[in-house]
Design a protein around this ligand. Sequence first.
Ligand SMILES: [Zn+2]
Length: 406
Amino acid sequence: MTYLSATVLSLIGLRIGVNLLSCLLDLNYDKVNKYNMNSEGPEEYLCNTAQYQSKLSYTQIITNLFYLLCLYIFLKYDLLFILSDTVSALGLHLFWITILYCTILILILRGVSLPLALLNFKLKKDYKLLESSYSSFLTEYIKTSIYFCVVCGMILGGLSLLYNSNNSIFWYILITCSFLISFLFSKISRLFSLISKQNESLMGGKLRDELINIATKEDVNITKIIMLNGIASTNLMNAYTCGSINKTVVFSKNIVDNLSHSEIKAIFLHEITHYKNNDLFKDIIFVILSNIICLSSFYFCINTILNPILGDSYIFCVKMLLFVIMYSPINLIQRVIYNYMSRQMEYNADDYSAKICGTDTMISALNSIAENNLSQYHSHPFSVWLYNSHPTYYSRIIKLQGIKNL
Ligand SMILES: [Zn+2]
């Protein structure tokens, strides 16, 4: 194993090691508590959630160990470099070589990940969080793999051509593209929902009018309220905002069908508070700052580490991949900072909604969502600190009760 591969493996090992530590700490943590006693049949719910969460933790541990093993094999046997030599030997144009290189890597990755994806799918299906069949899951999996190959191949192929033809233009275009993506950041969740073929419709009727009235009173100009209909794959309850100019609130159908009108209003108020507090704008600023750090690290890594070691021996795509892997610990630090900021935004949105709709309504809405999604109430503080963009339901409810008792 070369010195470079060992360094790359240590960095990604550090990242996966932290993941594993968090999963292990969380494994025996009491994830469920009695805060859901107002709901019907809490015992059955608590039992189901505890079982589901424990199985989910084991799946995550297996997944982390599996990825660590795969990366070890790839780097130990220099497979990234061998593959680069093999495709380069075909004598094709650099653009096609890069597309071929990406396609082979993505297909290997998706192929070896399939058993884990199936395990995850089965778990969610067993607990009725998903409704789609195995065949539609496989079709989606194959389709997504093809999308990945085409999109990643074209982007990396284009970037490789640009880097090889004009180094300085490459950096300007990369900076421009990353800033464009930052501005589209708030649209990305919507884009994912459209790619995963969720049918959406505009919410209508009396409830919509009441929600728009609430938004008007709060001085938030909501353009659209969208309902995701019978999402092909999921029964999860979800609500989010997207779009900074065309302000939009999205609800999953399950929320509209199963929550009371006052609970839906509380969730809606939570969402529009994100607009009131300019949370989407703060998100964009954070993404821009992260991009600046990432691009500077990329420039530094290519020019002072990868180019001197690898020279022109391998296609540019190899260097980009090595950078992505090496950058993952820094990316984790960025996520920890973002998650802290995001959890504060969630508390603020909960507080405001509770002040207008009543604390009990907000708590009851949170309980209903947690119960439906078999979400964990509690999480080990280390896992929360590391990964949770939202506070745990336990923390949110305790905070709301604190406000109520003031
Ligand atoms: Zn929120």
